[in-house]
Design a protein around this ligand. Structure first.
Ligand SMILES: [Zn+2]
Ligand SMILES: [Zn+2]
Length: 465
């Protein structure tokens, strides 16, 4: 029995929606599902193997449903780790070692899942910024017209990892195999097209799911915005400010090994967090110069320092006081006290031979070992890279050396919490996007720009659509 004068009658709630019945309380947002299917757009489609696998195609958008969102791309970054898939390079350059017995191996270039993915027509790309054009009926997080970041890492908010504060490990991230993807468009010949990682940034439209989308409220220019929202910058800033890995402390010493866009973002994060000494390490001269420009206090060339690199960082980290009883770092004794309080490792394996100065180890293993060893006892190391091979460390340093290691998927960033914070850093002039976005291209210049990325002749290439 419903009272006739009830402010929110049951029937009214059912027929008009709770929000309307309650007098406009935005509990259930009325979402426009503007008809977008059949729309033509251009996208870079990757299929097959080897160079030439990625071509610019005219595509026809399919209808969306459920939690899907269509975003008109403003800008997207060309991530180094996506280069093998785009350019048809060996994946990865040196091949990962086989998984130890008892462990499930990641998809390898010869695995059935990998081969099936390489036969599918996929739009690559690790995210981007843009404007929401259409939303499925179940979407709550954004509305048509919103400016959004399509994040490189999803955040569902309800999986085991998200519930425990590790949104960077959201289990939706693992749902990107051939059986998980859904066709979003068709090629002229009717071939279904999928969005890699449910993102597909290398196109004029991104069709993604709510879990990947973060609304951002800013008038920042699209290239600057994409730089700070890129997978690499979010990971770099996350390393220093994610709250779930290792927050950089005031007046601390931070070493950043590798000054690509991720490392250069970590340097900026360390500066903003108030680190007093920031040691940037990279073989490429222009990247060391850029590191100084965005916040490093010292730079080191690993090719010049060679095996002394770790010792050099310990020296730079020692500070003015080395006296045991006066609060000094006391670099003597079994484990010593010198080293960086925080280390961010961001090198990884080369996927192609660099045209600028190559580092001392193309597999990325030596810089990783050095990064671990240059961390002070009691310090934190965040690793972010994709190296190739096995790691060898002095076991006693690993077991009781006091270093805390954080495996920093996305730098530990929580997309919905952290990306708006990082955009705030851009809007307030604390994060320098312009110095990091060194190549800007329209959509048809994407392949040339990616060539610069893998040759390391640019720091970050950004495609505008
Ligand atoms: Zn990426
Ligand atoms: Zn989740």
């Amino acid at each position: 029995m419903e009272p006739k004068d009830s402010a929110v009658s049951r029937r009214s709630a059912l027929t008009k929606g709770i929000a309307a019945a309650a007098g406009g309380v935005a509990f259930a947002q009325a979402q426009s599902t503007r008809v977008v299917s059949g729309r033509k757009f251009r996208g870079w489609v990757s299929r097959g193997t080897g160079p030439g696998r990625t071509t610019l195609q005219e595509l026809t958008l399919r209808p969306i449903s459920g939690r899907q969102i269509v975003v008109r791309t403003e800008a997207t970054n060309l991530c180094y780790s996506n280069s093998s898939a785009v350019l048809g390079l060996p994946e990865p350059g040196f091949g990962p070692p086989p998984a130890p017995a008892g462990y499930k191996a990641a998809p390898r270039p010869t695995s059935p899942a990998f081969l099936e993915m390489s036969r599918m027509a996929l739009i690559q790309g690790h995210g981007g910024v843009g404007i929401v054009e259409a939303v499925g009926p179940e979407v709550r997080r954004v509305q048509v017209g919103d400016r959004v970041c399509v994040s490189g890492t999803p955040q569902c908010g309800s999986c085991y990892q998200c519930l425990r504060g590790r949104a960077d490990m959201c289990q939706f991230l693992g749902r990107q195999g051939p059986k998980d993807l859904v066709p979003i468009a068709d090629m002229r010949d009717g071939t279904p097209v999928y969005a890699n990682s449910h993102i597909g940034g290398l196109a004029e439209l991104m069709v993604t799911f709510e879990e990947w989308v973060v609304p951002i409220f800013t008038k920042a220019p699209s290239v600057d915005l994409e730089m700070v929202c890129s997978c690499v910058a979010v990971a770099g800033l996350g390393c220093t400010a994610s709250q779930v890995l290792a927050d950089v402390q005031l007046a601390s010493t931070v070493a950043v090994v590798g000054c690509g866009p991720l490392g250069l973002s970590a340097i900026q994060g360390a500066r903003i967090a108030g680190a007093s000494r920031i040691i940037a390490i990279d073989p490429i001269r222009v990247r060391r110069e850029l590191a100084l420009k965005v916040g490093a206090t010292d730079v080191l060339d690993p090719n010049v320092e060679g095996r002394n690199l770790v010792e050099k960082v310990r020296e730079l980290s020692s500070g003015p006081n080395n006296r045991l009883w006066a609060g000094g770092r006391d670099s003597g004794g079994l484990l010593g006290g010198a080293g960086a309080d925080f280390v961010v490792e961001a090198v990884g394996a080369d996927r192609a031979k660099p045209k600028l100065e190559a580092g001392p180890d193309p597999t990325g293993i030596l810089p990783l070992e050095q990064a671990y060893m240059m961390c002070a006892p009691g310090g934190h190391i965040v690793t972010t890279s994709l190296p190739s091979g096995n790691l060898t460390l002095p076991a006693v340093v690993f077991t009781i050396g006091g270093r805390t290691h954080h495996a920093g998927q996305y730098g530990g960033a929580n997309p919905m919490r952290d990306i708006p914070r990082f955009v705030e850093l851009l809007d307030r002039g604390q994060f320098d996007s312009k110095s990091l976005a060194t190549t800007l291209v329209p959509i048809d210049g994407m392949l040339d720009a990616y060539q610069q990325v893998i040759e390391r002749t640019t720091v970050t290439a950004i495609m505008t659509a």
